[in-house]
Design a binder for this molecule. Sequence first.
Ligand code: F6P
Length: 320
Amino acid sequence: MMKRIAVLTTGGDAPGMNPAIRSVVRYGINQKLEVMGVFRGWWGLINEELKLFNHRSVSGIIGQGGTILKTARCAEFRTEEGQNRAYETVKKNNIDGLVVIGGNGSFAAAHEFYKRFNVPCVGLAASIDNDVNGIDYTIGTDTAINTALDAIDKIRDTATSMERIFVVEVMGRESGFIALTVALAGGCEDVIIPERPLDLNAVCHDIVHGNLVGKMSWIIVLAEGAGRADDIARQITDMTSLETRTVVLGHVQRGGRPTAVSRDLALHLGRSGVDCLLAGKTDIALGFSAGQIAEVDFKTAIRKKEYKIDEYCKLIKVLT
Ligand code: F6P
């Protein structure tokens, strides 16, 4: 019987992790469970940095970005020794199940941990990259996209006024989701993503052709995994002789108050995560898909995500 669970946030933080923690803690307590908070992700489990939470432990965090539990990328947890130590903490603290809030790297780790020690693990999909396979939306995606979009709208003002080309680098080491979404929503002219080969000749051809018909400003959104903004800008200037500016949005996209969409998702997933553990479900990630909460086994969740890249690319071009 499940009496005590623990919640942790791991990998890159995402806006909405705090409301997810709040939901797990308060709903868990409501369901007569004891809920422990683990600090700094897997590192906290390895080093026994955790404490019993109460209702008040999560007061006032619903609108805060980041995570009160802190988070980390923990190489030690990939070792057998690290996992053994984490399991010792689980046993010593009588933890019957884990709620792991994170992205696909976190779920790969949770899957390994479950396989080795049979500790029930349920994941809540949280990553600004929205790269969890089988899940349409993760906690934090909406906030990050809106943050990037806000910046793009501002860049548009100066790009139009000064008739310039801009390369705007957004986050996404392996995923072009943020880049594609903000490029479409921001009316940007081109997008460069890691999932598709870069054809800079075609980009430059479009810019020069655009110039000939009076289109003098251009915003190219670049996902970080597809190249560096400075390199791309230099090459564009070399090929077109046009001045090109760069903006790297970077970690600003990871912060800020979670939007209503990110909070709503986080609060619902928190409750569902607890319900799943109580129902004896394990080795699954929860996210939002096709209008409802989806349960995806960890093995599926960590595969390369398929989404409608070509449709986005075509629409961006057609609407330019
Ligand atoms: O969490 C995902 C992400 O934001 C990626 O888009 C980015 O490449 C990476 O994390 C950056 O990680 P870090 O903050 O550890 O450098």
